[in-house]
Each structure stands twice: as C-alpha cells, then as structure tokens.
Design a binder for this molecule. Sequence first.
Ligand code: SF4
Length: 342
Amino acid sequence: MIEVRNSDTLLEVRGLHTYFYTYEGVVKAVNSVSYRLNRGEITGLVGESGSGKSVTAQSIIRLVKAPGKVVEGEVWLDGQDLMSCSEAEMQTIRGRKISMIFQEPRAALNPLFTVGDQISRVIQLREGCSRSVADSHAVEMMRAVEIADPDRRANAYPHELSGGMCQRVMVAMALSANPLLLIADEPTTGLDVTVQAQVLDLIRLRVKSAGSACLFITHDLGVVAELCERVIVMYAGRVVEQGPVAEIFSSPRHPYTQGLIASTLRVDIDKPISTIPGTVPDAVNLPSGCTFHPRCPFAEDLCQQEEPQMVEAGKNHTTRCHIVSGRIEREMLEEAWTLETA
Ligand code: SF4
C-alpha cells in the first residue's frame, strides 16, 4: 500500500515511465515511479549512477532528450497536471514555478549573456521590477552564494568563470526565481566544503521560508542526513524505498538501502565501511524478478522469479522487498554488509 495522501503535497508523481529507444533495445530508465513532495520539505533522491535519478527530474520538467520519452504517468504540481500542459505553458512553468540546478552549469547557462544579466532577467520576471532594481538584487544573490567581487563578476560571461563559479551562478539564478519547486541535481558538485555548506544553508532557508518543496538529487548520503526530511532510494529505474530520513537511516528495510548506508563513512560509529558487490545492471536487460537479486546477500529463488511490490515498512515508509512483505522468511543480518570491507 502506498502512503496516505498529505494535504501539504505540492508535487505528486504517479506511475511515471520514461524509456529510451536505442539501437541496443529499450532502456527503461524510469520504471513506474511514484512519490510525493511536501511543501516546506527537502526530499533527497539517492541511488548509484544509472539508477534513474536525473531522468526522473528531467521527466518532471518535460526536458527528456530524444531518444528518451515519457511513455506513461502523471505529474501534478500544485493541482496542475504537467503532462497535459502545452510546451508554451511548460516554458512559463519552468520559469516561474519550477527551477532546476543542473549538473552541468556551463551547458545550462546562456553563453551570449553575462551572468548578472541572466540572474537579473529571472528577478524581473518574478518581481516585475525595473532593470536597475533587478540588477542590484542579482548582485546581492551572487554575494549570497559567496561569489567574491560580485559587482565585477556580474559583467562576466559564463566562459570567463570557473566551473565552480558557474555552479554558484546557477544556484543564485534558481533561488532568485523563488520557485514552488526546486529541483537540485548534484548542486554542490565542484564546490569546496565551505561553499557547499553555505549553498546548502541557502537552499534550506529558501525552501523553509517560501514553503516550497525541493527534490535534492545526490549520491552523498551525508548531505541527505543533514539537509533532508525525506529520502527516496532508486535502483535500476525503480523506487525501492522511501520515507522519513531519520527512520530510514536508523532502520533501513531494503537491502540496497542497507548497502548504501553501510558503504558510507560515518564518524559517529567505529565500524569498517563495506561495498555493495557488483554493479548496477544493464538497463536494456534487467534481471528478472527483483532487479537487485544478483547483488543481494539475502536473495532466494522467489527473488529471481517475482518482482516484489511496494509495501508499508513504517509510518509513511514504504519499500519493495519479499522479506519485508513476508513472502520470504529470513533475517537480514547486518553483518552481510561488513563482509566485503573496503
Ligand atoms: Fe533481496 Fe529478494 Fe528483497 Fe530483492 S526481494 S531485495 S533480492 S531479499
């Protein structure tokens, strides 16, 4: 059973399927994904590379590149069905209601305009203010993301700035839009630890004060523990576990989540870190049954034969595993994840 609908829900994704039609076959990058984001909350979206995190985000804002396509599913933002909007409506929604911080900031910024100009246009669009007022707000936003000498740098073009600096410009631009929904895809990649902490603080502050929602895509569980209220774990295009961060970090129920947490270095416990054996499967030829079975230390015959359904694992906590559903009776021993010491 899926979690009870919360009246604070801002975004609801229902049964999303995004496939890529390649010469090798159909890549099911996002496969029947459903989740909700609440107002005023930051939700972490985690999983290894190739688990479908970024494609999920691109699907929400309808920016999946060919040969990819959203083939099924609904995405509701604040009561509006994004899948039935025209492209012109989506362009307005992307500018005013949804902001995204991309992994590749240089590719996302317009090379023909100065960075100050690009931030200023976002502010003008939102506030309807004069150009000079928007320009000075843009400089303030650049200062807020720790860009030194923002008055001078506002006149720089993207190619004149370092990758880390462009990343901060992207963050400033995304937050300037004051969006209902902020999608941040690895937003702190390439930033040093101090700036990373400041950017995370800024995102937290904006989301809380504006009552917006944030989908925070990362492979860094430490950041999720520090920043997010909820977490969604994806594996091979599917959501395998989702729920409150505190509960999932203290008692993860899906073996993949357990493996991810066991492979994260923690300073609060003196324990060797381990690795999850194997790699993410080839998305064209996914394993039968539970797609995690080739890597799961608890797999049994049923796991190869039948795909597990999402079941409740706690309050607002769901997971997809035959052991949790009771179809298989066995214990998940924590030691299974310390056998392969890194
Ligand atoms: Fe492991 Fe089986 Fe659970 Fe999949 S269903 S996670 S293979 S125990």
